[in-house]
Design a protein around this ligand. Sequence first.
Ligand code: PLP
Length: 381
Amino acid sequence: MDTDIVHGGVKPDKKTGAILTPVYLSTTFVQESVDKYLDSGYSYSRTNNPTVKMLEEKVAKIENGYGSIAVGTGMGATASCFNAFMKAGDHCVITNCSYGGTNRICREQFEPFGMEFSFVDFTDPKNVEDAIRPNTKLIFSETPTNPTLTLADLDAISSIAKDRGILHVCDSTFATPYVTRPLDHGADLTIQSLTKYYDGLNIGTGGALIAKTPELHDRIKLVQNMHGNIMSPMTAYMILQTMKTMGLRIRQQSASAMKIAEFLEGHPKVGRCVYPGLDSFPQKELADRQHRDNLHGGMLWFDVIGDPIRLMDTIKRPWTLCENLGATESIITACAVMTHANMLKEDRLEVGIVDGFIRISVGIEDPDDLIRSLDDALNGL
Ligand code: PLP
């Protein structure tokens, strides 16, 4: 995995030997003759671009897929998945605690188009099985979920899907392939917001939809071409470079997250701390089985006893108050009053986003500096 993250899918430039993939900022590609049309594999950059293709091949290799599409954002990848595999009258079983944008596009865009969705608790695969209907075409899991960090048992859910000829797609943005590869657990497709750990440096937005088979890959390439949402070559170039340190970052982020979680668990201003590495994690057995190499990622959350807004307003560097996650800078978010403020309170509480819910994305700073700053802010509440 560590070697593939650096070299996987990438070949040095044939003509010049350039070690990094050049940025092909060209809309169109000259054809030698009608006879040899498409011999080079390229005609128009909405369909295929050499820089973007290199990223698509690299991501597919790391995720253990046959192929992938790279698009403008993670939401672009999610939308492409529904567009590729659902139509009016089809039904999808989807986690009731997905990323908010995923939930919103199902309810506001695809339900009015005539698609049906059952939002169920994926922590028990039986709920998924019970929600399947004769017209179910897609099972959509997310693990760990944003922001509650509940896990879906991918082997169990893939087996339910396979037995009934239904596709299983997993949004693995929080895990990254470094922690879990859904395709190794029987999923047919994986979604990644490349904006998060792949980019990892708060530079670019991007998304990938990775397919296990040539047939699924053909379908998503067609959808990418029809929708015209291919990533720009410049962004593909940047992510091709930044992703090379993903493994190093995630090792550091996982180790720091564990240290911070242990600190928070013992703090008098913390009601509860949730991190898949902690013994108190409700799905600890699944976390240890599904997560690679005892790595549990850089995301955790805690329930603050006291005013979450005051905590946000008083916490000092190295913490940053903003909305992204998975990057080198540590980020703190009060979900109930920021990212999830527009949810109905009862819906929010039902999925576990309590009023004092504080989500943390651990960066690569010295964990002792992060703990010191958290301690100061919590003691001041
Ligand atoms: N999936 C998950 C789990 C996310 O957390 C996010 C964004 O936060 C997305 C998808 C959407 O990604 P993007 O912001 O790149 O569209």
